[in-house]
Design a protein around this ligand. Structure first.
Ligand SMILES: [Zn+2]
Length: 154
């Protein structure tokens, strides 16, 4: 590891974390997990999914979304891990995604290592982050918001 605060994360496509999504339970507002099925070669947003609440046990199923229909990967629920800042909210899909964003944003110099196949850079998670989240002047505020989410929502 280097002695600088440079952070390096692997360039990953959104699908890397998209199989497990944390949302607020529609019944008790507790922590619910959406388990996403195998997309079978289609975009992961279209795969069948099951919501299971870890607090009250509520279960809801959503079948595979037909082609041509707009799919809400979160099944109409608010994403649970929303880091609110003055500039907007940063959403993490699950614990691993939150860790990934934190690791990336904590570095003074942000860097992605190229994907092995070189193909996902344009669509990588980091490339889709809003500019305000990556701005050095907002770093402390964004990291504080992430810490708050970890403390209160996980
Ligand atoms: Zn519940």
């Amino acid at each position: 590891m280097s002695q600088t605060s440079r952070s390096r994360v692997a360039a990953l496509p959104p699908e890397a974390f998209g199989r497990r999504l944390l949302v607020d339970c529609p019944a008790c507002a507790g922590r619910a997990v959406i388990h996403v099925g195998d997309p079978g070669g289609r975009p992961v947003d279209f795969a069948a999914r099951r919501l299971v609440c870890e607090d009250c046990g509520l279960t809801r199923d959503q079948p595979e979304t037909p082609m041509g229909v707009v799919a809400d990967p979160f099944m109409g629920r608010p994403p649970r891990l929303r880091a609110e800042t003055r500039h907007g909210a940063l959403v993490a899909w699950n614990e691993d995604h939150l860790d990934y964003l934190e690791r990336y944003l904590a570095g003074a110099l942000h860097e992605e290592t190229p994907a092995p196949d070189g193909g996902v850079r344009n669509a990588s998670i980091v490339s889709r982050l809003p500019a305000w989240a990556k701005a050095a002047k907002n770093r402390d505020e964004v990291l504080k918001a992430i810490a708050r989410v970890r403390r209160e929502r996980l």
